[in-house]
Design a protein around this ligand. Structure first.
Ligand code: ADE
Length: 237
């Protein structure tokens, strides 16, 4: 199997550890919806770690002023190394991912690749605010979810996590639907319709009502190509 095909093709189980200084941003999302169901189904185990638990001294310090001066605080090495190394003592990690706007652009193909891993750490830091030695010595991969700057890596970590988990066997009620998503075949998705067949005078493409599966499938392919040509010609390159 190519490394960029999603996990559907084989039975597996993924563990994701998320390290964050604001874990309460992360936990409500993983306790809802597909992420919750995927954990209950045993497709994924998600563990959130509060960086302050490994903070230094009486105040559980996790950051400090930058050498050379400048605004803002920088996440220190010790708490992050302590947390990561404790996890590494328990299991082998395939990737330690740092979410950052200057990372590689996250894509469906990277989600597919990550869905085949067994153990992943996601490190949510603060842009500019993390000691470079953490990136140089611990991190195996840096990912950006787009060319804009968020306040921290928590939301990007959840975006990446959601995209991976929905590919895992048992995460979705209809395993097929993840494979027919936009981008999965390099095309955007065709339009969808449901009942009623006419709403406020607007009908549904006749082909979809025909019951002719060959025609329907050809129509969907044609619509997907048309939409991709209009909206994302770069995907044909
Ligand atoms: N942290 C802040 N902004 C980010 C982005 N766009 N992608 C990933 N991590 C980030």
């Amino acid at each position: 199997m190519s490394k960029n095909e999603p996990a559907q093709a084989r039975e597996r189980w993924l563990r994701v550890d998320i390290i964050s200084a604001v874990p309460h941003l992360v936990t409500p999302v993983i306790e809802a919806s597909i992420l919750k169901r995927a954990q209950e189904a045993g497709a994924v185990e998600i563990v959130v770690h509060n960086l302050h638990d490994d903070g230094l001294g009486n105040y559980n310090q996790i950051d400090d002023v930058p050498f050379g001066g400048g605004a803002g605080m920088i996440l220190r090495c010790e708490p992050i190394f302590a947390c990561v190394e404790r996890l590494q003592a328990e299991r082998q990690y395939d990737e330690i991912i740092f979410l950052t706007p200057d990372g590689d652009r996250f894509s469906q193909s990277i989600a597919n690749e990550l869905s085949l891993k067994r153990n992943i750490i996601m490190l949510a830091g603060h842009y500019k605010g993390i000691d470079q030695r953490i990136r140089d010595m611990l991190v195996t991969r840096e990912l950006s979810i787009g060319d804009y700057v968020l306040t921290g890596g928590e939301l990007p970590a959840l975006v990446v996590l959601d995209a991976i988990v929905r590919l895992l066997p048992g995460a979705m009620s209809d395993a097929e639907s993840a494979l027919s998503d936009s981008f999965q075949h390099g095309l955007l998705d065709a339009p969808h319709y449901t009942r009623p067949a006419e709403f406020r005078g607007v009908g549904v493409p006749e082909t979809l009502l025909s019951g002719d599966h060959k025609r329907i499938s050809a129509w969907r392919e044609e619509m997907a190509v048309q939409k991709t040509r209009q909206r994302r010609p770069d995907l044909f390159e």
